[in-house]
Design a protein around this ligand. Structure first.
Ligand SMILES: [Zn+2]
Length: 418
C-alpha cells in the first residue's frame, strides 16, 4: 500500500461530521467576541459558498425567476402587517431605534418581496411572477440548540416567492418541485425524504376548501415526480400546507432543507391583487420555496455527503501543485500562473516538506487534483495528475490538463429545465 492509498483509506473509514470536516477544510470559524451561532467564513469556505450561490443564481435566472435584493432591516409596521410580530416574535431579535422608530432585523425576506410585487398594478398577463433572493436572515435560537452550521442565529436563505393565479398554481408547484430535485441531484444528493405537511385543525387560517385543494396540488406534484413520501398530518404551518425535503447527515439525523409552502395569510394581510381577465381585482396565490433552505445547513450537508471530497467544479481549491524538489520551482510557478489566469483555483506547495508529507497535507485538505511535478514533467512540459476521488494517476501535457479542468467545470453549469 503506498502513501496515497493509506490516507485515502483512512478518510473513507472515518465519516466525519461537518464541524470536524470544517476544520480540516479550513472552511469556517466562530469567535466568542462575535457571538454564539454566528459564523465567520474563511477564504476556502467563502469560496465554496460563492460557487454554490453562483450556480443557484444562474439556475434561477435560466428557469424563469427574477432576481431581487432587499434590506436587512425593516420598520415594525411592516412586520405587523405581515403577522411576524404576532406569530413569530419569539424568533426575532429586539428592535433597534432609528430616528425614534423601531426597526427589526429580518427573519425572512417575504414581506420585502411582497412590496416589490406591489410596486405597480399587476394584470393576470404578468403572472406568474417568481422573485428570488439569497439573503442573510437572523433568527433567535436557544443557545443549547445551536450546532455547527446546521443551527445558527444568522444564516442565508434562498427564499423565493411565486405569485400566481389559482389556475397556474398546480403547474407552478410542479415546476418548483422539479427545480428543487434538479438542484439536489446536481449536488449528487440522493438521501432525502419527502413529506407533505397538512392542516392542523386546531390552528390554521384560510378556507378549508383552499387547504384541501392546495394539499391535492402538493400531493400530485410529489407523485408526478415519482417520489416516495410520508404525510406529516397536522404538520403544516398555520398559513398553509407544504412539501418538505429532508436530507440525512452522516449521523443519520434528518435536516429540513428544501421546502415548498403555500401561504394563505400574506396575500390577505398585504391586500395583494391582480386584475383578472374579467377586469376585476383578484387575490393571487402565493408560495414560498427555499431549495438549499439555508446556505449554511446545505453546505454542512454537502461537506458530510462528500466527506469533504467535492467534485472539481465545486472545490474551493481544484488543484495543488507538488514539486518533487526545488529544481522544479520555476516550472511549478509557470503552471500556477497559467492555470490561475484561466480562472482555475490552484495552489502551489513550495515548502521543504517531503513529497509524502505534501501528498498527505493535500489529501487532508481534500483537494481533488494533485499535480506532481518532477524533472521529467519539467523537461517535457507535462503534469502528473493524481485524482483524489477516482484514485488514479495519469501523466499528460499541460494543455490536456487545462482541457480536463474545463470539462470538469462544465459539469457544474446550470441548465434550463423547463
Ligand atoms: Zn417567504
Amino acid at each position: 500500500m503506498n502513501v496515497f492509498d493509506q490516507e485515502e483509506k483512512f478518510m473513507e473509514q472515518n465519516k466525519m461530521d461537518h464541524i470536524e470536516l470544517g476544520k480540516q477544510l479550513d472552511f469556517f470559524m466562530k469567535h466568542p467576541d462575535v457571538g454564539q451561532g454566528l459564523v465567520l467564513w474563511k477564504p476556502h469556505g467563502a469560496m465554496f459558498r460563492y460557487l454554490l450561490e453562483k450556480f443557484s443564481k444562474e439556475a434561477h435566472v435560466l428557469n424563469g425567476y427574477q432576481w431581487v435584493s432587499t434590506p436587512h432591516i425593516g420598520k415594525a409596521n411592516l412586520w405587523e402587517t405581515s403577522g411576524h410580530l404576532e406569530f413569530y416574535k419569539d424568533s426575532m431579535y429586539s428592535p433597534m431605534d432609528i430616528d425614534g422608530e423601531p426597526y427589526y432585523l429580518k427573519p425572512m425576506s417575504c414581506p420585502f418581496h411582497v412590496m416589490v410585487y406591489q410596486d405597480g398594478i399587476k394584470s393576470y398577463r404578468d403572472l406568474p411572477i417568481r422573485l428570488a433572493e439569497i439573503a442573510p436572515v437572523y433568527r433567535y435560537e436557544l443557545s443549547g440548540t445551536l450546532h455547527g452550521l446546521t443551527r445558527v442565529r444568522g444564516f442565508t436563505q434562498d427564499d423565493a416567492h411565486i405569485i400566481a393565479t389559482p389556475e397556474q398554481m398546480g403547474d407552478e408547484i410542479q415546476k418548483a418541485l422539479d427545480f428543487s430535485l434538479y438542484i439536489l441531484r446536481k449536488f449528487e444528493l440522493k438521501q432525502f425524504k419527502a413529506y407533505i405537511a397538512t392542516r392542523n385543525d386546531e390552528k390554521y387560517i384560510g378556507d378549508p376548501d383552499e387547504w384541501i385543494n392546495a394539499e391535492k396540488l402538493l400531493t400530485m406534484a410529489v407523485e408526478n415526480a415519482g417520489l416516495d413520501y410520508e404525510i406529516d398530518a397536522g404538520g403544516g404551518a398555520f398559513y398553509g400546507p407544504k412539501i418538505d425535503l429532508k436530507l440525512m447527515d452522516n449521523q443519520g439525523r434528518e435536516w429540513q432543507c428544501s421546502t415548498i409552502q403555500f401561504d394563505f395569510n400574506i396575500p390577505q394581510r398585504f391586500s395583494m391583487s391582480y386584475i383578472g381577465q374579467d377586469g376585476l381585482k383578484h387575490t393571487p396565490m402565493m408560495v414560498h420555496r427555499a431549495l438549499f433552505g439555508s446556505v449554511e445547513r446545505f453546505t454542512a450537508m454537502l461537506m458530510e455527503h462528500f466527506n469533504g471530497q467535492f467534485p472539481v467544479w465545486l472545490a474551493p481549491v481544484q488543484a495543488r501543485i507538488l514539486l518533487i524538489s526545488e529544481e522544479q520551482l520555476d516550472y511549478g510557478e509557470f503552471i500556477l500562473n497559467t492555470l490561475k489566469k484561466k480562472g482555475h483555483r490552484v495552489e502551489l506547495d513550495s515548502s521543504n516538506e517531503t513529497l509524502g508529507m505534501k501528498v498527505r497535507n493535500t489529501q487532508i485538505a481534500r483537494i481533488p487534483l494533485m499535480l506532481i511535478i518532477g524533472e521529467k514533467e519539467k523537461q517535457d512540459g507535462l503534469v502528473t495528475v493524481r485524482y483524489l476521488r477516482q484514485k488514479k494517476q495519469q501523466t499528460m501535457k499541460l494543455d490536456d490538463f487545462l482541457q480536463l479542468l474545463v470539462m470538469e467545470e462544465a459539469k457544474g453549469k446550470a441548465e434550463v429545465i423547463f
